[in-house]
Design a protein around this ligand. Structure first.
Ligand code: CTP
Length: 435
């Protein structure tokens, strides 16, 4: 089957000339070292689909770092080498390519990272996840552009199928379960019948994978254009429940994720917003379990916690009698994504009006007077300054103070009221510093 198809025209059509030129140069350099050199993985799949993918994964049958160093010199590129994995990343003028040593892999036990040995391209392709990702293109001069398709990847692309290479694939590496769902939904493909059966058989293998690796997979899902499709399918196949049994990939989630995109129209919503919508239905305790299982970073965990605690405030926030200062009190200090998520999630229109009011107006309200000006007016440095600033902000929020002089009058009042409490025997200076 190999050699029947040549993709050099497709490469020219869908990849920038700079990358095409680099691949030819690199193929020649590798040939000079008597090493086979190939384009592999997702970019080959996407070329066959007529799509541009700039994430070039290159494989050499030999030392990737040594070849990378020679190529880095030729292109004046920055090289980042990982001797442990024998890989090198080259970056120049905004371009970036990864070079790896062809390898064979074996798994000591399910979920473990594989034992790796240098190998030939055939072995390297045989360790891959799906037929559509297990194709390569020769880059050596003379064979430049020839497709290597040992597992029928091109036919599966035509039939729109995601198919594993062998029956132990998900046992070897259960992250492929999430990967399979991602490709199926992204490309509008189907899991091939036997692959689907194996996935359902091996879904419990997800528990053999470390939380860090699962988090990584989940992040990749949330970076997809339409993550809700993957999450819905993940629920259908019992995959989502392996993250936490209370998670749902239902219509509500689909709608909310789409609304989040609509709201942030310029760039895709942050992972925090998507994840907080996914975890919205969890109790505080359930959320803590998930946070520690996935070892989520601090700031992301805070967004999720803020979201859930704000959810408990929504009922109070729906009270039409609330003063603006009370709305402010309930919402300030919460992370912005947590507020956005609650805005998306809340059905109560008064609560959403209050959140809009906070986002559009209240959060920007500040008194005209500063801490320094309060001290000059006689407020003692210390907690009293904040107390008065808070009072002034409250007055501004509720429209009770609209100009600087209103604030000055309030401060004078406050000083007068607080001076009353000063014992008569204290000196004037001391009194001035009494809060
Ligand atoms: N791969 C694999 N098993 C995994 C992860 C990766 O076999 N668990 C292989 C696949 O051949 C994949 C390649 O490594 O194509 C590169 O991995 P990655 O960059 O994650 O995948 P892409 O195919 O480039 O996917 P995407 O389009 O999502 O970036």
């Amino acid at each position: 089957m190999s050699g029947a198809i040549n993709l050099s025209d497709t490469i020219e059509k869908y990849l920038p000339a700079e990358l095409g030129g680099f691949m030819r140069l690199a193929g020649e350099a590798a040939a000079g070292r008597k090493q086979g050199f190939y384009l592999v993985g997702g970019v080959v799949r996407d070329l066959l689909l007529g799509q541009t993918n700039l994430d070039l994964d290159l494989v050499v049958e030999g030392d990737a770092i040594a070849l990378g160093q020679a190529l880095a010199q030729a292109r004046q590129a920055k090289i980042t080498a990982h001797p442990r994995f024998n890989t090198a990343k080259l970056q120049w003028d905004g371009w970036s390519v990864d070079i790896a040593t062809a390898r064979s892999e074996s798994y000591a036990r399910p979920g473990a990272l594989p034992d790796v040995k240098p190998g030939r391209i055939q072995e390297d392709l045989s360790r891959r996840d799906f037929t559509i990702n297990a194709m390569a293109v020769y880059l050596s001069p003379g064979r430049y552009g020839e497709l290597i398709d040992l597992y029928g990847g091109r036919a599966d692309l035509e039939r729109k199928l995601v198919r594993v290479l062998h029956d132990r694939s998900f046992i070897d590496d259960a992250t492929r379960i999430w990967r399979g769902l991602r490709y199926e939904q992204r490309l509008d493909f189907q899991l091939e019948e036997n692959t689907l059966r194996l996935l359902q058989r091996d879904v419990s293998m997800l528990d053999t994978i470390s939380g860090d690796r699962i988090r990584n997979e989940l992040e990749l899902v949330l970076k997809e254009k339409l993550p809700e499709k993957v999450l819905r399918r993940a629920e259908e196949l019992g995959v989502l429940q392996r993250l936490h049994p209370s998670l749902k990939g239902n219509r509500w989630l689909s709608e909310k994720l789409a609304q989040a995109r609509h709201l942030s129209h310029t760039s895709p919503p942050s992972i925090g917003i998507y994840l907080a919508l996914l975890t919205y239905r969890l109790s505080g305790q359930e959320l803590e379990c998930l946070i520690s299982y996935l070892r989520l970073p601090k700031s992301l965990s805070q967004v999720l916690r803020d979201t859930i605690s704000l959810k408990d405030t929504l009922q109070a926030l729906a009270d039409p009698e609330l003063k603006p200062s009370q709305v402010y009190q309930m919402l300030h200090g919460c992370s912005l994504p947590a507020i956005t998520v609650n805005l998306l999630a809340c059905e109560a229109s008064t609560a959403s009006q209050h959140i809009h009011l906070f986002l559009d107006k209240l959060r920007y309200v500040k008194p005209a007077l500063t801490g320094d000006s309060l001290i000059l007016m006689g407020v003692a440095p210390g907690p009293g300054v904040k107390q008065v600033l808070d009072l002034l902000r409250q007055a501004r929020l509720n429209g009770e103070a609209t100009a600087k002089r209103d604030e000055q009058a309030m401060v004078s009042d406050w000083l007068a009221r607080n001076r009353i409490k000063v014992p008569a025997d204290k000196s004037n200076v001391e009194r001035r510093h009494e809060p």
